[in-house]
Design a protein around this ligand. Structure first.
Ligand SMILES: *Cc1c(COP(=O)(O)O)cnc(C)c1O
Length: 830
């Protein structure tokens, strides 16, 4: 189902731009040159963000085959692009909005616009789940609801759709008007409003008024009257035309749908109500209040559409939770698994494939895909488009599961095997070779692909360090927002990226355009090179024996002493055969400005420079130093002294050496506390994982890690019975204990035993009881409802890594780097 194509001239007219160059047909819009899909028929929109300028990536997009560009800086047009076109406008985002509005106005169909603080995506996806057999639905991919997400969502509309559902999110005033012009909804849903008003709004009232803008041209608006603040504002609003307010409530009877009772049994709920004077009811497979609210919105929408009662009750009964996140974990035979159980549709497949292709540590990329449960004019067309997508992305192998994809097997040009269902694939799985490849597992819910993940994942320790990559990216962007536009960013990925992982983290950093990586030892750098990481890598503490393999792998050594430099030079003399004679070997010089650990002293600089001048085969890429107390305010005088010394030392080297180099001194807390000392580069470490020492930044940064495990066994004990080695744990009352498979060999220190730490079990905190064992520990769960196999949180949101560090008398750095390598790491991306 390709979107309608436009000629580039037509698009230029729509956004009143100037068209330069040849005319092409545009069927796809690209805003990220890194996305691998769609080239020749795509238009690349060069958006200008806070720190990133899309114009920088025009060359890259052109190399990938893009021939149409929407830009605002006409000076980048050059002869080199003679077979391309450029649409020049003053503001590319605004032009993208104009194009989306125009495209939307080509279609006459019911369009549902959803906004509110929470539940937008779930209401959208559930509406789709219930109505997908009734309508051909176009909907926002994932939660594409921003100023950039909405135009991309609207662009998907084609004449084959007869219903559209788009979500709209605003983060500040005056944004909704633009979104409304693109979505042009005729039916609105206002889900709810949070208690605290969002950062950029003066008050909750202002926030509601802004959101209501989405509905100003709607004919119908659905909302819950129990949200009084919303109800009051809607009553005050003057809409441009008569609008039918379709409401529901648990309290009032003067509404369209009055909820009369909600009863729960097991994990299910039965909701009864009165709609147009008649009794109505639905069953839901949830009981939490947020899900119930989302579901009632969907229900009322279906009632408004006069959908057949049987379809409603069947649809509501089988709603499934929406997994918005991708999960990356280790697989058997050195494979990497990416598990994405988000509804299978082409757009989310594209997003997942982009992530699959980031896994450059593997030579081969495999896709296991179920039937796509999406209405389409023809299944043949749908699978032809997927085949095209796989070709463009150079996917090496497809395993298709389901009758539809099997029937279309002939359309795929890459090696393809098909199976009618998941069971038959699982029955043959042992005959299929999986080795050193990245495997994307993407299936619609009903195909139960979790069974495939189960079979292909590496077995072993079931306790997991979760790494939230979205938070990591948010933290990265937060640090970038502090940096001056020309300050480079080096990321410290030493010690297994502070316990988080190697290539998994480096791949993300490369994708998000970090400038440099740093590791502690040569081996760590070599491992990254072998996994395909191409970024420059500095090695902080290279052993002299490793100098030649360091150079061979294009790693860059830190040199901290004269002896160290002489050894490095001797090594170069001996190993000239692998050097490029036209290129000097890059080194980084470490100055000791007060840490008293490694580094040159002021008095050694003359000798240092002399040695460097005599050896032009090495080139100083950077000179740096490290702060001893960047996070301790009472020692700021000393930190200032370090800055002064650093200035003096670098000035001296620069003067006598006769060329310049990068200078850098700030680590994470340095970046946060001394933003005017950025020099040319900064070195970000712990802050990337959301950890900071200052309360102010603790509130902004997002902790990336959670450590989870599962209960192995539950025991019922009598008062006075003892637990564990040395009988040090004593039951204070009759009660219950749970045994958790994690111990000091996994980095969970013995200092945390005997009540010194609390583990979260089903929302409640349970203290450790007795001493921590090598591979296990026990907790007292008296009074907490729990079953064997339940997930428990060792540290997370409610029992933080900060408190854990304090409880064992150390710092979060040590807690993270202590987490044993035998624990699984799972990476999540929404
Ligand atoms: C580890 C390290 C950093 C990063 O420190 P954080 O406090 O984690 O930001 C910076 N520079 C050097 C030399 C380091 O060794």
């Amino acid at each position: 189902m390709k979107p309608k194509g436009y000629s580039s001239i037509e698009l230029s007219n729509i956004c009143k731009g100037t068209h330069e160059g040849v005319t092409t047909v545009v069927t796809h819009i690209l805003i990220d040159s890194r996305a691998q899909q769609e080239y020749s028929d795509s238009m690349f929109v060069a958006l200008i963000g806070q720190r990133q300028d899309g114009h920088q990536y025009i060359e890259e997009a052109y190399q990938k085959g893009v021939r149409s560009f929407l830009i605002s800086r006409s000076q980048i047009i050059s002869d080199q692009y003679e077979d391309a076109n450029f649409i020049v406008v003053p503001d590319t985002l605004k032009a993208l909005h104009q194009i989306a509005s125009f495209h939307r106005s080509q279609f006459k169909l019911p369009v549902i616009g959803i906004t509110g603080s929470n539940g937008k995506t779930i209401v959208k996806e559930w509406t789709f789940q219930v109505l997908k057999e009734v309508y051909q639905i176009c909907r926002s991919p994932k939660s594409y609801n921003s100023q950039v997400g909405v135009p991309l969502s609207v662009w998907q509309l084609t004449s084959s759709h007869d219903l559209a559902i788009f979500e709209a999110g605003v983060s500040q005033s005056n944004e909704m008007e633009c979104l409304e012009r693109m979505i042009q909804p005729n039916i609105g849903i206002f889900t709810n409003i949070g208690n605290a008003h969002a950062q950029n709004f003066e008050s909750q009232e202002k926030q509601i008024i802004e959101k209501i803008q989405l509905f100003k041209n709607c004919n119908q608006l659905i909302y819950c009257k129990d949200h009084h603040a919303i109800d009051i504002q809607i009553a005050k609003t003057i809409f441009s035309q008569p609008i039918e307010l379709i409401t529901w409530s648990r309290e009032k009877s003067t509404v369209s749908l009055q909820i009369t009772s909600i009863t729960h049994s097991n994990k299910k709920s039965l909701i009864k109500g009165i709609y147009k004077g008649e009794d109505v009811e639905i069953n839901l497979p949830f009981k939490d209040s947020a899900s119930l609210e989302d579901a009632i919105h969907v229900w009322l929408l279906c009632l408004t559409f006069s959908i057949d009662t049987a379809i409603i009750s069947e649809g509501m009964k089988s709603l499934t939770s929406i997994a918005m996140r991708l999960e990356l974990k280790k697989g058997i035979h050195s494979c990497t698994l990416i598990n994405d159980s988000y509804n299978s549709d082409i757009t989310s497949l594209k997003i997942a494939i982009t992530y699959l292709k980031q896994q450059q540590q593997h030579p081969q990329h495999t896709l296991i895909l179920s039937d796509i449960l999406q209405h389409s004019e023809s299944t043949e067309k749908l699978y032809a488009e997927i085949s095209d997508l796989l070709n463009r992305n150079k996917i090496d192998r497809l395993i298709g599961i389901g009758p539809n994809i099997q029937a279309q097997k002939h359309l795929f040009q890459i090696p393809t095997e098909c199976y009618p269902d998941t069971i038959s694939f699982l029955n043959s799985i042992d005959q299929i070779k999986f080795y050193n490849e990245a495997i994307l597992i993407k299936g619609a819910r009903k195909f139960e692909f979790e069974k495939i993940t189960e079979r292909l994942q590496e077995k072993g320790h079931n306790s997991t360090l979760e790494v939230n990559l979205n938070y990591l990216i948010d933290n990265l962007n937060y640090f970038k927002s502090i940096l001056n536009s020309n300050t480079k960013l080096m990321i410290m990925v030493k010690a297994f990226s502070y316990g988080n992982g190697t290539h998994e983290i480096a791949n993300i950093l490369e994708y998000y355009r970090a400038d440099y990586l740093a590791v502690a030892y040569t081996d760590e750098g070599i491992a990254l090179r072998n996994q395909g990481i191409a970024l420059p890598i500095m090695v902080l503490n290279p052993e002299p024996q490793s100098f030649d393999s360091l150079i061979r792998h294009q790693l860059e050594a830190e040199i901290y002493s004269l002896r160290n430099l002489r050894l490095f030079l001797e090594n170069l003399d001996r190993n000239t055969y692998f050097q490029d004679p036209n290129q000097a070997v890059k080194i980084h010089l470490k100055m000791d400005t007060g840490m008293r650990r490694l580094g040159f002293e002021q008095e050694q600089l003359d000798e240092l420079v002399e040695l460097l001048k005599a050896n032009p085969q090495v080139k100083v890429a950077s000179v740096f130093s490290h702060l001893a107390a960047s996070d301790e305010q009472e020692k700021d005088d000393f930190t200032q002294l370090q800055f002064e010394r650093f200035n003096t030392m670098t000035a001296k080297i620069e003067r006598s050496l006769g060329y310049s180099f990068l200078k850098h001194i700030l680590n994470s807390s340095g970046i946060l506390r001394f933003p005017d000392q950025q020099f040319d580069m900064v070195r970000l470490g712990i802050g990337l994982y959301g950890i900071s020492n200052t309360p102010e930044h603790k509130a902004i940064l997002k902790p990336v890690n959670r450590l989870i495990a599962h209960i192995s066994q539950i025991k019922h004990l009598k008062k006075g019975e003892t637990v564990g080695y040395g009988r040090r744990g004593v039951m204070p009352t009759d009660g219950t204990t749970a045994t958790i498979p994690i111990g000091y060999a996994d980095g969970f220190s013995r200092l945390l035993g005997n009540g010194n730490w609390q583990i979260e079990v089903n929302g409640k905190l349970a203290p450790t009881i007795g001493s921590i064992c090598m591979d296990m520990l026990m907790i007292d769960i008296t009074g907490i409802e729990a079953e064997e196999g339940d997930e428990v949180v060792i540290f997370g949101e409610n029992n933080t890594i900060y408190d854990l560090a304090k409880a064992r008398n150390t710092i979060p750095y040590e807690v993270l780097t202590d987490i044993g390598s035998r624990l699984k790491r799972v990476f999540y991306l929404e």
